[in-house]
Design a protein around this ligand. Structure first.
Ligand SMILES: Nc1ncnc2c1ncn2[C@@H]1O[C@H](COP(=O)(O)OP(=O)(O)OP(=O)(O)O)[C@@H](O)[C@H]1O
Ligand SMILES: [Mg+2]
Length: 350
């Protein structure tokens, strides 16, 4: 990971957006570096689109700043310089809407011209980008006849028609079937390998984790984690230690509390949730811990010293990143729910 400041393409500093009393984006500070794919991941209503609208200046931040690199320097985005700074970025914000009577050729010519792309190169560029998403045959067809997925693909290529080095894509996968999602993932990776920087949002963990170098998890307007996949996975080491007993103990609740006391120091990200559970059908205690071998050893040592009739133990593999994501977005939601009872806050992932 490059640490050089000159690698920063865009810097969000204390970015905050309030709508009346409601804080949709709350004090976001993060950098995106050249050549990275950054995934902004969060449930519905988390603040992804609002963040991207502040980058594209469709919304003015209530507090905080957006800095964008221009001619080697980071420049503060303002109403005065927004045209020159933003022209070099490709945006897809929310679902694209196009006039039904227009064709991809007309639409893309319009966007390319608007963004100052060299006029005589436009026709070839249009053919190139339509080929990227398999829409070449539709170049002169009216958009009114397009499916939702085709419109979405057209939205993606209209963001990159002027060949920007930096792309901001709000849920580029929305409305696409699995095959098309895979095609777009491949396209985004190809763009990255050609040197582009991509900031994309999604509420789908898989879509983001497959291609992103770093993931920012947003919940209720706040970034609750921002790290590489590798580090997030290490942080989220949410392993289960399963111990099987010879018989069902008569004092389960007591035994559970005893186990909890042993394990709590090693509970990792699950420190707050149920760290010990008993399953009658298998006579097993399921213990959640941070997954480190060192702590696993300590827990087992403690257990052998205790009066548990252990006949077997195992560490089944789990999808820890998904657990981490759900933990992060639901824990935050519960805390905030108490503050904002009137708001309906979705916590579930699709
Ligand atoms: N113009 C607005 N006025 C009032 N509230 C708004 C406005 N725009 C967004 N919000 C609120 O801000 C919160 C964040 O919305 P935002 O659209 O940024 O979420 P999102 O993460 O993009 O969600 P989704 O995955 O559903 O697209 C939501 O609670 C939304 O209702
Ligand atoms: Mg959105």
């Amino acid at each position: 990971m490059p640490k050089d400041e000159t690698d920063i393409i865009i810097s969000l500093r204390n970015l905050t957006k309030r709508f009346g009393d409601f804080t949709a984006v709350n004090d976001i500070t993060m950098d995106v570096r050249r050549g990275e794919i950054i995934g902004l991941l969060g449930p519905n209503g988390a603040g992804k689109t609002t963040t991207m609208k502040m980058i594209s200046r469709l919304l003015k931040p209530t507090v905080g700043e957006v800095w964008i690199r221009e001619n080697g320097e980071l420049e503060l985005l303002t109403n005065r310089n927004k045209d020159s700074l933003l022209d070099k970025i490709g945006f897809l914000i929310e679902n694209p809407t196009f006039y039904d009577h227009m064709t991809p050729k007309q639409i893309l010519t319009y966007f390319a011209t608007l963004k100052g792309y060299t006029r005589k190169k436009i026709p070839a560029r249009i053919e190139e980008v339509l080929a990227m998403v398999g829409l070449s045959a539709w170049i002169n067809k009216k958009v009114g006849t397009f499916s939702k997925g085709m419109k979405q693909k057209l939205g993606i290529v209209s963001a990159l028609i002027h060949d920007p080095d930096f792309l901001v894509l709000d849920e580029p996968q929305t409305g696409l079937d699995p095959k098309a999602r895979r095609e777009i993932r491949a396209l985004l990776l190809k763009l990255k390998h050609s040197g582009k920087t991509i900031f994309l949002s999604s509420h789908l963990l898989y879509e983001v984790s497959e291609i992103s170098d770093r993931i920012a998890i947003i919940n209720l307007g706040q970034i609750v984690a921002y790290n590489t996949m590798e580090n997030l996975e290490a942080e989220s080491k949410d392993s289960r230690l399963v111990i099987q007993l010879e018989t069902i103990p008569s004092d389960i609740e007591q035994k559970k509390a005893q186990l909890e006391a042993i394990v709590r120091p090693y509970a990792g990200v699950n420190n707050g949730s149920n760290i010990v559970e008993f399953r009658y059908e298998t006579r097993t205690f399921e213990i959640r811990f941070d997954g480190s071998i060192k702590n696993q050893k300590t827990i087992l040592k403690e257990l052998t010293k205790s009066d548990f009739d252990v006949i077997n133990f195992s560490v089944p593999r789990t999808n820890s990143l998904e657990d981490l994501y759900i933990n992060l977005v639901s824990e935050g939601a519960i805390g905030k729910l108490e503050d904002q009872m009137q708001e309906e806050v979705p916590v579930a992932m699709e």
